[in-house]
Design a protein around this ligand. Structure first.
Ligand SMILES: Cc1cc2nc3c(=O)[nH]c(=O)nc-3n(C[C@H](O)[C@H](O)[C@H](O)COP(=O)(O)O)c2cc1C
Length: 280
């Protein structure tokens, strides 16, 4: 069993990073590592419901994640009402899988409870600055990640949806978000309709740093990644060829440069301030 799990991990990581990562077959928890190493997002789901008790179990597991200073600043909204989900989906016309997913969740960073405690106990709250927002956002992201892993452990597929932040005021209205809360991302959840492929990642030489950052050929690493990824998972379409033309070689870095050549979510900071966070 551990032999199979170790091989699965090695294969997944070789595909992911283009290098061999040694795996000690004597480790415990190799099955869990194999699931993590083999991660992939899912956007097509079987028409099979996710039982409410299972969903509750996964929420409880997700909310068991670590939390900054034990402040517990993450919430999960289960969007069961189709009309509310439709309001959200109407802001994201190019992602039909959101409506098709058996379950749609929204992970929320909740910075409202902490100042309530200060008020309740008649204490000052001199920490209303960027860190307050950041802590709530990080807690929300950690809880979402933990949910994704808990869901994968029982065979469910997921796809995070940050596109809910394209029109955050509509989302805030649809979900009746209280002041000092922000939507981190949505999450489609369901039983996967297909196996899906592993998405290669930047080399470990790019993203794992020993001790301190130093001189290195970052662009060389990225270009090597572009080639490795294009050989394994070429992009089906080039982004916005009307504006940028057809590139003879189209890699990840070209795609991300094109994606971020268009302004997106430029008013998100204004929205977060409207929600009552101070970002100074
Ligand atoms: C915070 C976050 C937001 C994301 N938002 C979206 C989204 O709006 N729509 C979507 O289809 N996928 C979204 N994704 C999924 C990513 O596109 C996906 O993780 C990435 O392409 C790598 O693929 P993989 O998860 O299969 O490894 C999001 C992922 C994360 C972590």
């Amino acid at each position: 069993m551990s032999d199979t799990a170790a091989t699965a991990i090695q294969q997944a990581l070789a595909e992911r990073f283009g290098e061999d990562v040694p795996v000690d077959q004597g480790l415990t928890g190799l099955d869990a590592l194999a699931r993590i190493a083999g991660h992939r997002s899912h956007r097509r789901f079987l028409p099979r419901p996710v039982e409410p008790d299972l969903l509750r179990l996964l929420c409880a597991c997700a909310l068991s994640a670590p939390s900054k200073s034990d402040l517990q600043q993450a919430d999960i909204v289960i969007v069961r009402d189709r009309a509310i989900r439709q309001e959200i989906v109407a802001t994201i016309p190019d992602m039909p899988w959101i409506m098709d997913a058996p379950v749609f969740l929204v992970f929320v960073g909740n910075g409202a409870r902490l100042p309530m405690l200060s008020k309740r106990h008649d204490k000052p709250f001199p920490n209303d600055h960027l860190d307050a927002f950041f802590n709530a956002a990080v807690d929300g992201a950690i809880v979402m990640t933990t949910f994704i892993q808990a869901a994968a452990a029982v065979g469910l597929g997921t796809c995070p949806i940050s596109a809910i932040r394209d029109h955050p005021r509509i989302i805030a209205k649809a979900l009746n978000l209280p002041p000092r809360t922000v939507p981190i991302a949505g999450l489609c959840v369901g039983w996967p309709a297909q196996a899906n492929e592993i998405t290669p990642r930047l080399s470990l030489a790019t993203t794992v740093i020993e001790n301190r950052y130093g001189e290195r050929d970052l662009m060389g690493e990225i270009e090597a990644y572009d080639r490795r990824r294009a050989a394994l998972r070429p992009y089906r379409r080039q982004r916005n060829p009307e504006r940028w033309g057809q590139a003879p070689f189209y890699g990840w870095s070209q795609d991300k440069a094109r994606q971020y050549a268009e302004p997106t979510r430029t008013d998100f900071g204004a929205f977060v301030r409207e929600q009552g966070f101070r970002l100074d």
